[in-house]
Design a protein around this ligand. Structure first.
Ligand code: PEP
Length: 259
């Protein structure tokens, strides 16, 4: 079985309800008309859109919804929080876990992220697990160590069967929302390294089947050259996912690529 090519748009805290519904309608129409591969498109919307967007895409092949976060506990007195079971109950299939904005602004550490991954898997949500180094770490030459540590701390306790459900996103923190993109060669170097690390822990087959997405100022201009790298299986897209034309052009960047 080949690994899947995936383009996931992370809307972050953008779009009111009406604006989000307009964006999703436009993007779905364009993707339906223009995508000629089995590339999966995912919309990671704010929680308030998730139920309606999941309904809207229910019958669309290869289009799914994701939450941008979930709580680590099953249920209970956690005012303002949303559980993995709730997310699944409205029809979402994926959840982003470990985004650098959550690690940074909300102080999410590896212990917490492990619990979130466990909750997601328990409720049949596919985690899109984000890893990546800061600019200081890259300048210090410690980016490979950082990646290994992030994988070890939050994912390596999983069974091979559990790990095989995970989608990884390599997102160098210095490239997120900054307009700086890792070059295709820089990104490929890390993606190949990540796949090697997965091989060491979970074996060749699982490593070959794990989708590893690139995230960090990916846009319609650079998507095709990033996605043509052998170990880059798609993208996690922030800013460019807020424009239906740009997001569709990133999804269709796979159209002419044959791996
Ligand atoms: C992100 O936040 O995951 C991201 C990649 O953002 P941007 O595309 O805006 O850099």
């Amino acid at each position: 079985m080949n690994r899947k090519n995936i383009v996931a748009g992370n809307w972050k805290m953008n779009k009111d309800y009406q604006g989000g519904m307009e964006l999703i309608s436009e993007a779905v129409n364009m993707i339906r008309d223009e995508r000629n591969t089995d590339t999966i498109a995912i919309f990671a919307t704010p929680f308030i859109h998730l139920s309606s967007v999941s309904q809207l895409i229910k019958e669309e092949p290869g289009i799914y919804t994701a939450a941008q976060n979930c709580h680590q506990e099953e249920s209970g007195a956690y005012t303002g929080e949303i559980s993995a079971a709730m997310i699944r109950s409205v029809g979402a299939s994926y959840v982003i876990i470990g985004h650098s904005e959550r690690r940074n602004y909300f102080h999410e550490d590896h212990e917490l992220l492990r619990k979130k991954v466990q909750q997601a898997l328990k409720h049949d949500l596919i985690p899109i697990f984000c890893i990546g180094e800061t600019l200081e770490e890259r300048n210090a030459g410690s980016h490979f160590e950082v990646i290994t540590k992030q994988l070890n701390e939050s994912l390596c306790h999983l069974s091979p069967d559990e790990f095989s459900k995970i989608v990884l996103a390599y997102e160098p923190v210095w490239a997120i929302g900054t307009g700086l993109t890792a070059s295709p060669e820089q990104a490929q170097e890390i993606h190949a390294f990540i796949r090697k690390e997965i091989t060491a822990r979970f074996g060749d087959l699982i490593a070959a089947q794990t989708s590893i997405l690139y995230g960090g100022s990916c846009n319609p201009q650079n998507a095709a050259s990033l996605f043509s790298q052998p170990d880059i299986d798609g993208g996690l897209i922030g800013g460019a996912s807020l424009q239906s034309r740009d997001f569709t052009n990133i999804v269709t960047a796979f159209n002419p690529i044959r791996k």
